[in-house]
Design a protein around this ligand. Structure first.
Ligand code: R1P
Ligand code: URA
Length: 290
């Protein structure tokens, strides 16, 4: 049965609805960034750029870096956008747009996030890199999918009990990264652990400007939680959703983040731009091993 026009929405030029891309526009190795202005900070290192396409916050540049074809796609902020980006990237490789049917030979993409993040541990300082061994979703988006086979319930239950998690919030969901990608991107320069993926930047990450939060000591509990030596290292807003949808769809995903803020010490990087440039160079060097 073909997928209906209302479910897989294609633009008049045959491109997928939000990303505005046709299948030939993307490589099988994709770097995701939040900020659309970060796309050119990566593609400026390419030998050639084949395509540069943007709709809303979703900007894609595909080209060749030292002989390897790569795409860089900006997601904008948050897990709702990751739902769009992951489903549409998967559709581009695994659905035949002519017949609107699933392909028999499925493609696994390599998806690497290069993001920015705030550390929860003083031992993971500003200006360092974090590698997400797991993503811990607080956003609730993954609960709309059948996640039972990919989540880690014992960790989640221990976390809910330790943090006295308010049941009015969505139940946290823990998802592992791609161990294949981790082996390529992990080094002494990366701090590995759990990345908490929040549904907002202020209250959902415990930031207080004028509004108080429902649980003023949640970040302290996140800091202290320890599950067989596994600690929650950092806060950002996309990783767990990328890990969850990649695991469900059969793609390999890894998230690397530049630590621009330290929530435990109250510090913020003096030169976040330079730090992000360093993480981009680090990622591009290692991506050649894929
Ligand atoms: O710099 P990016 O990749 O957007 O990542 C982080 O920055 C944004 C918040 O400022 C959120 O998207 C968060 O995940
Ligand atoms: O603290 C931070 C820094 C960057 N991005 C986030 O989501 N949180």
């Amino acid at each position: 049965m073909p997928i209906k026009d209302s479910e897989l929405i294609l633009n008049p030029d045959g491109s997928v609805y939000h990303l505005n891309l046709r299948p030939e526009h993307i490589a099988n190795t994709i770097i995701l960034v939040g900020d659309q202005d970060r796309v050119s900070k990566i593609s400026k290192h390419f030998d050639t750029v084949e395509y540069s396409i943007q709709k809303r916050e979703f900007k894609t540049e595909t080209g060749v870096y030292k002989g390897k074809r790569l795409s860089v796609v900006s997601t904008g902020i948050g897990c709702d956008n990751i739902d769009i980006v992951l489903n549409e990237l998967d559709a581009l490789v695994n659905i035949d747009f002519e017949t609107r049917t699933l392909k028999t030979d499925l493609t696994s993409l390599n998806i690497i996030r290069v993001g920015t993040s705030g550390s929860l541990q003083k031992e993971v300082p500003v200006d360092s890199f974090a590698l997400s061994a797991y993503g811990l979703d607080f956003s609730g988006m993954l609960h709309f999918y059948d996640i039972e086979r990919i989540r880690h319930k014992p960790f989640e239950d221990a976390f809910v009990a330790f943090t006295k998690w308010n049941s009015n919030k969505s139940h946290p969901v823990l998802i592992q990264n791609s161990k294949t990608l981790e082996a390529i991107f992990a080094s002494e320069e990366t701090n590995s652990g759990v990345t908490a993926t929040a549904s907002g930047f202020y209250g959902p990450q415990g930031r207080v400007l004028r509004l108080t939060t429902e649980d003023p000591i949640l970040n302290d509990r996140l800091h202290d939680f320890d599950y067989d030596g596994l600690k929650v290292v950092n806060f950002e807003m996309e990783t767990a959703a990328i890990y969850g949808l990649s695991a469900l769809l059969g793609h390999n995903a890894l998230s690397l983040n530049a630590i621009i803020a330290n929530r435990a010490t109250g510090q913020f990087s003096e030169n976040p731009g330079l730090l992000v440039e360093r993480l981009i160079s680090y990622t591009l060097n290692r991506i050649l091993s894929l």
